[in-house]
Design a binder for this molecule. Structure first.
Ligand code: NCD
Ligand code: ZN
Length: 347
């Protein structure tokens, strides 16, 4: 198959940042995706409905009035988040979920939750209102090896949380392990998961063998090949519980190419192309649309997009870098060849 047309995808996990970076990166997602769940880990984080509205306005201004892109906003949970804020969020037309970062787990998570099982009143309010809880599923215990932090999070936190709140709706974000795939499958419809393109394409050798490659460094960190194989099976799983979430996370070049580089892979410029490459390599392009465009809307109770996206098998090179105000931002696979090109049919 050299060409296929799919319903327009949505990105169910996206970092757009703010200011100059937002101005530089928003257009990439707006071109490919109908909607995106916008991560709230700004500095300071988006912790209130009022702040989410203001951020939504900035995102809409960055994509421009001609774009039909819909940002789906999220709130950042802290130890101080109140039940009243959750209730307001659940009733709000623009806020679609709340995000749980264990404090210290990843970029801009210092204000996150110190003990996720302790915020019982907030979890109860989420369960009652049906507002989804999006989880960065890694423990921060320094005694736990970084490659085991997701599996240990499932044992220590997520499993007990789902047992205690049987009606809580949860998305396990950017899953990276066979344990996460098995856990998501073992639960009912109320648990879904996003998978990034980079975790489907690469194992940890890509980051560490033959040189250390900072643009492959993200959290959760790339794992060994057997875990990537489990993710590939999940991506084509007919259950509909696994869906596209790029976790595209731009940082200025200097913050990545550094003695202590930031976590995050900036995949948005070629996100759908990278997923097409994955499904093509499996001989399963027939399953791409469910993953990119149907499973997510079903979980979130939203209609699938009316617009369509064309994917063509065309050799192209990922641009080396983009300007972002006074900085540069380097896309994932910068300067490398990829096999697919996505264009919107209505363009
Ligand atoms: C994300 C970021 O940079 O905001 N980084 C990452 O490696 N994925 C945060 C996150 O989603 O963990
Ligand atoms: Zn993320």
């Amino acid at each position: 198959m050299d060409e296929l047309i799919i319903r327009q995808p949505d990105d169910w996990h996206l970092h757009l940042r703010d200011g100059q970076m937002l101005e530089a990166v928003a257009r990439f997602s707006a071109r490919q995706c109908g909607r995106a769940i916008i991560m709230p880990n700004l500095v300071p984080p988006v912790t209130t409905v009022a702040a989410a509205h203001a951020y939504r306005d900035r995102v809409l201004a960055a994509v421009g009035p001609a774009s039909s892109f819909e940002p789906l906003m999220t709130l950042y949970l802290t130890d101080q988040t109140t039940v009243a804020e959750i209730e307001q969020a659940a009733a709000d037309p623009w806020v679609h979920a709340v995000k749980l970062y264990p404090a210290g787990a990843t970029t801009n998570s210092d204000n996150g939750v110190t003990d996720p099982l302790a915020i019982e009143a907030v979890l109860g309010a989420l369960e009652r209102t049906g507002l989804p809880l999006l989880v960065h599923g890694e423990v921060v215990d320094p005694a736990v090896d970084i490659f085991d932090r997701e599996a240990v999070f499932i044992e220590r936190v997520l499993g007990p949380m789902l047992e205690r709140f049987p009606g809580l709706r949860v998305v396990m974000e950017h899953i990276t392990t066979a344990q996460a795939v098995a856990f998501v499958r073992s639960q009912g419809e109320r648990l879904g998961a996003t998978i990034t393109a980079h975790h489907l394409l690469f194992n940890r050798n890509a980051m560490l063998a033959g040189g250390i490659r900072p643009h492959y460094y993200c959290l959760p960190i790339l794992k060994r090949e057997k875990h990537r194989q489990a993710l590939l099976e999940a991506a084509v799983d007919p259950s509909g519980k696994f869906f596209m979430g790029t976790d595209s996370a731009p940082h200025p070049r200097g913050a990545k190419e550094s003695a202590c580089g930031c976590a995050g892979a900036f995949t948005a410029p070629v996100a759908v192309e990278l997923y097409a490459q994955v499904f093509d390599s499996l001989g399963r392009l027939d399953a791409l649309e469910a993953f990119t465009s149907r499973n997510g809307p079903r979980f979130y109770g939203l209609p699938i997009n009316e617009r369509r996206l064309r994917l063509q098998r065309v050799d192209q090179r990922v641009p080396e870098a983009f300007e972002a105000g006074d900085d540069q931002v380097v896309p994932f696979l910068s300067g490398e060849k990829i096999d697919w090109l996505a264009t919107r049919l209505d363009d």
